[in-house]
Design a protein around this ligand. Sequence first.
Ligand SMILES: [Zn+2]
Length: 62
Amino acid sequence: MDRLIPCNQCGFETPKDDFSEGVCVDCCEANQKALDVHNWFYDEWEKLSDKDRETRINMAIT
Ligand SMILES: [Zn+2]
């Protein structure tokens, strides 16, 4: 039986071997997806001109 360690993120007791970067596999996967989304938005934002950014901001406010 593997030793169970509570995940730093969700607190779920997970076998030691299933840990990845200090969190359980599920959390690691979720974090990776969140990071991908964040990077995608960042890339899109970087591509925008100042005028486009202004338009987006105004859209977000209204
Ligand atoms: Zn977790």
